[in-house]
Design a protein around this ligand. Structure first.
Ligand code: MG
Ligand code: MG
Ligand code: ZN
Length: 375
């Protein structure tokens, strides 16, 4: 009898233990915060350049869960940034040029709208104008990416809690005469148009905006400094300050521009800068334990390869020097190649595999449960 009781007892304890284990695992897969880092116009070759041209080990090397993503838009095989970002922000395939609207031109709910209805904070950062196609798709709805003034108005009307980037002119030198900087102040934003501060300056503010250039921020090569990494860190601190949960998107906007220009040093300097921002996000996610970091790109730009430098030998013959690599470009536009997705944190294994760009949105919502069916 005694032995039987012990056996039954052990089985009970074992099964309880198993159940507990399952419950804990489920909770571990529900991230409280999501940091989405987008490198505009970045394929595998641009990422590879960090392994050859960055002095220290790239932060890209810290990910265990990696996937591949198809980027085509609803009407074009090759996407632009507007359709690419709308796929991430709203989960729909749309036409090139569309900001937060579906292929039939109707508005689609974006991640900022979804999280703000649940009292989750949101932040948007870009090294372009904050009204540029990629950041715009996360808070605005316009039929065309060119409508920067309308997009700026969309930002004021949105529930974004923190933003940093360029584009001041679309707020204070507008054709409709409105001063959106005053309107932001009325919505309890602290606004800085000269430089990023540290947290102590904005600690007591309800919302914070940094508009640090008339249009785009300068390239790294022309003095942008550590803006992207610093703004990413400041946003994390600001959005999490009252133990709030948050969603944020941080964009390395200009890797794409270097690709369009077929400019090797422009691409590499911007890519390395973006890799620094990845480091900031991963450092936080490692400490926090409840933060999902997703790093991807809207498409590749330039058709970049890292090829052997072509050289001429003493006897006049041309050869490929396998000791030296450089970027060669096959186009001044975007390309259709699949782009990598890197994920870290709770649920990150969900991002392995090959899938459409709209699945970034779907996977984030599936994991976080920020949008429940029927709500
Ligand atoms: Mg793009
Ligand atoms: Mg962009
Ligand atoms: Zn582009």
């Amino acid at each position: 009898m005694k032995l039987k009781n012990i056996i039954i007892g052990s089985i009970l304890i074992m099964s309880l233990g198993c159940e507990q284990g399952t419950t804990t695992k489920k909770e571990e897969n529900t991230p409280k915060n999501v940091i989405l880092l987008i490198s505009d116009g970045t394929g595998l070759s641009q990422i590879s350049s960090a392994y050859y041209f960055k002095e220290n080990s790239p932060n890209y090397a810290r990910f265990k869960h990696i996937g591949l993503m198809k980027t085509s838009s609803s009407r074009q095989k090759i996407t632009d940034s507007a359709a690419g970002a709308t796929a991430f922000a709203c989960g729909v395939k749309t036409y090139n040029g569309a900001i937060g609207v579906a292929d039939d031109s109707t508005n689609v709910e974006n991640l900022v709208e979804i999280v703000s209805s649940r009292n989750i904070k949101s932040g948007i950062i870009a090294t372009s104008s904050i009204t540029h196609a990629t950041p715009a798709s996360f808070y605005a709805h316009t039929l065309s990416r060119g409508e920067a003034e309308k997009i700026a108005l969309g930002l004021v009307q949105s529930d974004v809690d923190f933003f940093a980037g360029g584009g001041t002119q679309f707020f204070n030198k507008r054709s409709d005469g409105r001063n959106l900087l005053s309107e932001l102040k009325e919505k309890n934003f602290s606004i800085d148009t000269t430089s990023l501060t540290d947290l102590s300056e904005i600690q007591t503010s309800e919302k914070a905006a940094f508009l640090l250039a008339n249009d785009a921020m300068p390239p790294v090569e022309k003095g942008r400094g550590n803006f992207l990494a610093n703004a990413t860190e400041l946003a994390i601190q600001f959005l999490s300050k009252d133990s709030s949960n948050f969603f944020m998107m941080s964009e390395g906007s200009q890797i794409d521009w270097g690709g369009h220009q077929n400019n090797e040093s422009y691409v590499i300097s911007e890519l390395i800068d973006f890799d620094d921002a990845i480091g900031v996000a991963l450092d936080y996610a490692e400490k926090d334990g409840n933060t999902l970091v997703v790093v991807t790109s809207d498409h590749e730009t330039g058709g970049v390869t890292l090829s052997a430098k072509s050289k001429t030998a003493d006897d006049g013959t041309e050869f490929n020097d396998y000791n030296e690599i450089g970027m060669t470009f096959s186009t001044g536009g975007h390309s259709a190649t699949l782009v990598p997705v890197f994920a870290y944190g709770p649920g990150s294994e969900e991002f392995a595999g090959t899938y459409e760009n709209t699945e970034i949105f779907e996977k984030i919502l599936k994991l976080t449960k920020w949008k429940v069916e029927g709500e």
